[in-house]
Design a protein around this ligand. Structure first.
Ligand code: PLP
Length: 368
């Protein structure tokens, strides 16, 4: 499926762009343009536009505002050494956007249209792509119900929108490692719920626990499963891995993706890249009690989180009631975390020949 995009060019403010590319603060400076595509049950996908970034009108009855029919994706465009621009695994993001839509009784956007929107965006705002390892253009595709009328049923009308913002390396080495706080009172996702979808409500429901984690002096919540409140699931927007020594062998352990754990594109990539580095990956449930025990007796060597925004980020501390566990000692990130982080960045910047299939070249018209 293809649509003809109506292009309404923004006036470009080069000073604003130069300042954004100097500062690279995450999410602070949207580029000049955004993409919108409309959907109506009777008309399907229509009215694809490239337009200046800015506010749009939302009716007060809009479904997204009342019943949470809203989903999003987070993905990145990287620069290559040759001066090109590449999207990292956009096919997987397009597929997950479709799965999230299906879970929320929303129309799945055809993958070709998702990719076309990305290409249109890159063609108008490619010169917002920063240069430098770990930097990127962070893309935020999202969709929400726009229909007027409040009746409780899925909306018949939706808007897809995509905007982007230049991003630096999210968790800089100088920031050190992440600290996580284990939530026992609240849960993020329950069996049969929406945990595997990137839907807006999951994040709204997580914010209270997040403020507790910050009050406890930690960066993020480490969520446990809803049923037993005993097994590690993930962070609010990142999957987790442990580097453990089992019978003299170093293995990577991560909880299996399920309907309560979001199957991250970075998670999948790390599992595949671990194979390149000769590491065995075990996808199995991980009890928080075992994690504390392994940290005590030294089997837990490293722990890290991974997601599009941060890449691979070391976890150096778990706070859980009376447990206040440090992981990895002074040397964070540890050797395995660093190796995976660097390998992923090499792939993302087009430096690993065997993984070029993960990248989609974009005609970004870069001027610098
Ligand atoms: C987005 C997200 C992730 C990470 O997914 P990536 O595709 O790697 O960016 C992990 N957990 C949750 C809850 C998320 O929303």
């Amino acid at each position: 499926m293809t649509l003809t995009f109506i292009v309404d060019r923004a006036e470009t403010d080069q000073r604003r762009r130069d300042a954004a590319l100097r500062e690279l603060s995450f999410g602070a400076a949207p580029t000049d343009h955004m993409i919108t595509i409309e959907y109506h049950v009777d008309r399907g996908w229509h009215e694809a536009r490239v337009r200046p970034y800015g506010p749009f009108e939302v009716v007060p009855t809009s479904r997204a505002l009342h019943y949470g029919q809203g989903i999003f994706e987070g993905m990145k465009i990287f620069g290559t050494e040759e001066g090109g621009a590449v999207a990292f695994r956009p096919d997987l993001h397009a597929a997950r956007f479709r799965r999230s839509a299906e879970r929320m009784a929303m129309p799945p956007l055809p993958a070709e249209l998702f990719i076309e929107a990305l290409e249109m965006f890159a063609s108008v705002d490619g010169d917002w792509l920063p240069s430098g390892r770990g930097t990127s253009l962070y893309m935020r595709p999202f969709m929400f119900g726009t229909e007027e009328t409040l009746g409780f049923r899925p909306a018949r009308q939706f808007r897809f929108c995509l905007f982007g913002t230049p991003a630096g390396s999210y968790y800089d080495e100088s920031v050190g490692s992440l600290s996580v706080w284990v939530s026992h009172e609240h849960v993020r996702a329950a069996p049969g719920g929406t945990g595997a979808a990137k839907c807006v409500g999951n994040y709204g429901g997580s914010l209270l626990a997040h403020t507790r984690a910050v009050a406890e002096g930690c960066d993020q919540v480490l969520w446990l499963d809803a049923h037993d409140r005993a097994y590690v699931e993930e962070l609010g927007g990142m999957n987790v891995f442990c580097v453990v020594v089992e019978d003299g062998e170093t293995v990577l352990r991560t909880p299996p993706a399920s309907d309560t754990i979001l199957n991250g594109v970075t998670r999948r990539s790390v599992i595949e890249l671990a194979g390149d580095l000769g590491l065995r990956v075990v996808e199995d449930r991980l009890a928080i009690a075992d994690l504390h025990e392994m940290a005590q007796d030294g089997r837990l060597r490293e722990m890290f989180a991974c997601g599009t925004a941060a890449g691979v980020a070391a976890i150096g501390r778990i706070k859980d009631g009376e447990h206040d566990t440090r992981i990895g000692g002074e040397r964070t990130p540890g050797a395995v975390t660093s190796a995976l982080r660097e390998r992923l960045l090499d792939v993302q910047h087009g430096r690993v020949a065997s993984r070029m299939a993960w990248l989609r070249p974009l005609n970004a018209g870069r001027t610098r």
